[in-house]
Design a protein around this ligand. Sequence first.
Ligand SMILES: C[S@@+](CC[C@H](N)C(=O)[O-])C[C@H]1O[C@@H](n2cnc3c(N)ncnc32)[C@H](O)[C@@H]1O
Length: 270
Amino acid sequence: MSLQDSAVYPAPPEYNIFKKKIQEFTGIDLDAYKYQIHRRIHMLMQRWQMKTYDEYYKTIANNPDKLREFLDYLTINVTEFFRNANRWWEIRDKLIPQMYKEMGHQRLKFWSAGCSTGEEPYSLAILALETKVANPQPVLAADIDQGVLAKAQQGVYQKRQIANAPKEWVPKYFKEVDANTIEVKKDVKDKVKFKHMNLIKDRFETGFDLILCRNVVIYFGPETKSALYKKFLEALRPGGFLVTGATEQIFDYKNIGFESAGPFLYRRPK
Ligand SMILES: C[S@@+](CC[C@H](N)C(=O)[O-])C[C@H]1O[C@@H](n2cnc3c(N)ncnc32)[C@H](O)[C@@H]1O
């Protein structure tokens, strides 16, 4: 059936196959969207004159620009510096000092998993500088979307993106480009290593002290989430922490092997 034939709602059977393939490829469960996501995807296909869902899936899977556009269209790249600010001050004032104390050294390894355009890993890098983390490149920043990674590497942002940063940090860690735009300074950039990665399919590095995976799994199905959290558990060193987003409780954290360390904070047992 062509797209033109199927321009009636509800979704045709081909859409279910498309949905399954997208879930296998990205982890994203299109059924988890509240609004008529099928309709939005259909509009995107029409824009590119794609005749079938299969053609569109293959295009997304093989073309990073189209994948980017698809993810953009689902509006899942939204981020900012020090998002949910209190969480960041907890990492700075409690978690990092606790890790220093327990480990007896300051070489910490952090990971921003699903880093989008870079605001989260650069926020982590700034905390690393503030708290004198000794690892020269403490932050791994990974995302499936090459477009956001390219933007992240430039490190150029609108000033409003840093509204949560303490005022004195602005001249310390950013340089002004023009009245509305700032750029992250080189010593912050040097603390971050960007990597293109699909969290669902790719193997993870190990030995992390702290993993942030926030606002990434919102559209993943329950089994995908559990499998991903299990991979994070194994990527952490014993005693390492996983921080999830402000609404992302892990209900089966005990089965997965985590301890609860506070709201939306999980720990690999020591
Ligand atoms: C809303 S942003 C979250 C950014 C940041 N963590 C924050 O909380 O502000 C979600 C990011 O997850 C990425 N993402 C979604 N599925 C992914 C996957 N399977 N592997 C890697 N990254 C993924 C998206 O490309 C997007 O950049």
